[in-house]
Design a protein around this ligand. Sequence first.
Ligand code: GTP
Length: 464
Amino acid sequence: MICLLWLAVWQVGLLGELHTHASVWFPAAGLSFAALLVAGRSALLPLSIAAVLITFWAAAFYDIPLSLSEQLIAGLAFATAHLAPYSAGAWIVRRVSQYAPGQLPILILSFVLSALTTTLLATGLGMLALTSTGMMTPDEIAGTWFTYWIGDLAGVVVITPFFLPILRTLYPGSSFSLKAYLYANAHGHKGGILYAKALLNIAIVIVSMLLAATLNTMESAFAIFFLAVSHMWMACTESPLANVISLAFSSFLIAFLVALWSLTDYVMVYQFAIIVIASNVLFALALPKLVADNTELERRVGTDTLTSAASRDALFEHASHVFTRAEAAHRPVSVIIFDVDRFKQINDQHGHQAGDKALQCVCEAAREVLRPADILARFGGDEFVVLLPDTAPSVAGQIGQRLHAHINALTVLPCEMTISAGIASSRPGDTFEDVFERADNALYRAKHNGRNQTQGAATNNVKG
Ligand SMILES: Nc1nc2c(ncn2[C@@H]2O[C@H](COP(=O)(O)OP(=O)(O)OP(=O)(O)O)[C@@H](O)[C@H]2O)c(=O)[nH]1
């Protein structure tokens, strides 16, 4: 199967043929790398057969005067020169994937560097094999090796990621798992917007190459680099699968149009465009996952794990925004601090787990009383803070009393559970710390006066 696939892909590569042995890109190189990554040593035999077969084909097609046995030797030499470096490169990427599992940027860096060195080595050995077996004359080397190398490199960078999911279905037992990397963060749009981006890529390729074909200047050939903008947009917003398919298609179209519109004078520009854009896209594929990881990390840091209330750090961050907005709008902000009474005894009498459950129930009950814009935070232990944006003292007093009554009515424990609360509201020029301090003093008074009560300027100091 790999052998047939390779021969078919090699035929596609001929569409961008430059010289006898070099093309704009060499997609078969990408398939070799992908097959060695996924199937390892099992891919060597089918790939070797394919390499020998294309040598027979090339000898006939280019009228190279070699006997059948000489062609066989040339084919085996080419297979060795092609597959030895590619096996080594694929082996390195497989090892990196095992040592740094799930780390997409490291995997991509190792892939790009390995593609660079592998294709260079394969070019050197390939030239040696072709010239020493009579498939190429030594004086052809100077004009061929660079495009041969860059063509191989473009093929690997673009086509290997494209073939990985296909080959994974052929080799389901492969230890090179895609789930942990490229396809773990599947995301993106389906339908309309995705197709619009894909069409934009195609349109930029066609328009920029038409420009180069019309103006026939080196400067106009560089217009192809506008393709980086649309491909990067796609990389940051669409799934890896959509990206690798679109990259492969853009590269195919570039190679095809170079041949169709005779743009071979500018071929280096197109080859480098393919490589640079593809490498950038591959690195950018890691971005959505990094952003998602970062968002999850922020969520965890900002949330108390036991009660799901905001953390202390998140409280200060919210407070800074709320107070800035309130000052600009000349609106009051109120703060309620409440603390479970004699919580230590609850822990001692009913166990720590029952204490945890009680704290969770207190939070749930508080949320039932609070409005969506109010912020509930766990300040520490059994102490909670409620930030009430745009709330005058009288309203804060009512909310405090409702909170007090609602939590006191909880029947989560066999014994009674009560809270004490302190309330304060902002005055012009107050910071969060000022209001917090007054609410904390009010809470201290509530505790000092016998607990189970709310204290604060506008609460009429209600006892439970
Ligand atoms: N179950 C549980 N207990 C906690 C947690 N965090 C702190 N505590 C306990 O909560 C208790 C808090 O006690 P204090 O605030 O000192 O006092 P108190 O017993 O509530 O008494 P007053 O506040 O004076 O009414 C301590 O015994 C802590 O060990 C937690 O996450 N879970």
